[in-house]
Design a protein around this ligand. Sequence first.
Ligand code: AR6
Length: 169
Amino acid sequence: MEEIELIKGDITQLEVDAIVNAANETLLGGGGVDGAIHRAAGPLLLGECRSIGGCPTGEARLTKGYELKAHFVIHTVGPIWQGGNHKETELLRSAYINSLELAAIHELDSVAFPNISTGVYRFPKRIAAQIAIKTVTDFCYRNTFPKRVVFVCFDEENYQIYRELLNRV
Ligand code: AR6
């Protein structure tokens, strides 16, 4: 692994090869980071998403980035938190792994992740951050691509959790 970075801010503004979208199974847009990405990418993104025809929870799909600075968007669907006994941790891990696999297959150097599932889908932030950091660290150790992963925290609580956990890695 070359680099793991942490920033606080808006993922739509990043100049990386791909930004990851915390989408829903329809891939037809929504609120939160999904809404922000579709607004910044422009309407052609929705057209390409429509042609994909959806994405099951835990999987990921690649599209172009259109008007974004990022060349690609990796759309993944995190689980809705339902108390913890509905495979939520495995599904969140899968969402990260399948996103990273797409980056590896397409030989993308840099990928930025939002805090998948920790907004509308109510996944507890600390557990989600632990899964995200462990999954990304393990994957990058074993693979050539991506070379650089950026965790993008939008809210202060997630940012503080990531800062603390990354200081221990
Ligand atoms: N840049 C980076 N992170 C952001 C941004 C942004 N511009 N805006 C919000 N976040 P959420 P989910 C953070 O709700 O929980 C959508 O409607 C936010 O602070 O966007 O996976 C989809 O269509 C939070 O930490 O995604 C789905 O229906 C994180 O992004 C559903 O929400 C994730 O919050 C998915 O829910």
